[in-house]
Design a protein around this ligand. Structure first.
Ligand SMILES: [Zn+2]
Ligand SMILES: [Zn+2]
Length: 248
């Protein structure tokens, strides 16, 4: 507290005394009034360890905490139990972190290079299995999983995200598909062609640009299937968007 502050609060206290404390009335009627996050509940005895004969009040903070404070001071500057301060600190910290490291997306986008093979190769830290590590605002996440969720769809709880390119550091969403833990990624690539999203699956007969065409065609699915050299069920699933979901 600076000297001026003390002078001000002493002045206010003197004022409140003159106004009525000595007449047996509350110095200032604060009950029910709100100052910052505090709402005054009732006038209370001054705390034992204080010498000032100011009027003390019990305040309830918006967060539910209760505190005894000098009424004149709270009325003048508002107050909180301390939660406002920690909230402001948290926000300031978050802002600082953001300025320093950017958002998770910024970080993701700045940490891979597109290679001539089509892979987006992670250029930052990788784990022991070669998967890219993306620092997030909590625990770090695997970069290919972030990519999959950002570009394609949410990962179902417990599912794994596999690579069709067999390159764990790749974060190209077109090279990723999700499967259950029971599915072995390699088995799925071998057996389940139609589970694999994107044209980088080298056995895929379709490319991204075919998908809007297929979805826009009115002909019978068997006809479209014949045109593109794929099965009728593939066409059906492209149309109902269980396949090639990432293509709009
Ligand atoms: Zn509070
Ligand atoms: Zn790849």
């Amino acid at each position: 507290m600076t000297l001026t502050n003390i002078n001000v609060s002493l002045k206010v206290d003197n004022l409140t005394k003159q106004k009525g404390l000595h007449m047996g009335k509350p110095a200032l009627e604060l009950t029910g009034k709100k100052f910052g996050r505090f709402t005054a509940i009732e006038r209370v005895e001054k705390p034992k360890n204080t010498k000032q004969s100011a009027a003390y009040w019990l305040f309830e903070c918006e967060c539910g905490e209760r505190r005894v404070r000098k009424g004149s001071e709270v009325a003048r500057v508002g107050g909180s139990c301390g939660c406002l301060k920690s909230e402001v600190n948290r926000k300031a910290m978050k802002k600082m972190q953001l300025e320093k490291h950017g958002t998770v997306l910024d970080r993701f986008l700045s940490r891979f290079k597109k290679s001539h093979t089509g892979c987006w190769v992670w250029e930052s830290h990788t784990d022991k299995d070669g998967y890219g590590i993306l620092p997030a605002n909590g625990p770090s996440i695997r970069a290919h999983r972030f990519s999959f969720e950002y570009y394609i769809e949410p990962i179902i709880k417990g599912n794994v995200v596999c690579h069709t390119c067999d390159n764990p550091s790749c974060v190209n969403p077109d090279h990723l598909f999700q499967g259950t833990v029971k599915d072995n990624c390699n088995d799925m690539i071998d057996k389940g062609r139609d589970k694999i999203i994107g044209s980088n699956n080298n056995k895929s007969k379709l490319t991204e640009s075919d998908i809007p065409k297929i979805r826009g065609m009115d002909a019978h699915n068997s006809v479209i299937a014949a045109v593109f050299g794929v099965s009728e069920s593939t066409i059906k699933r492209i149309k109902n968007k269980t396949l090639w979901r990432h293509v709009k």
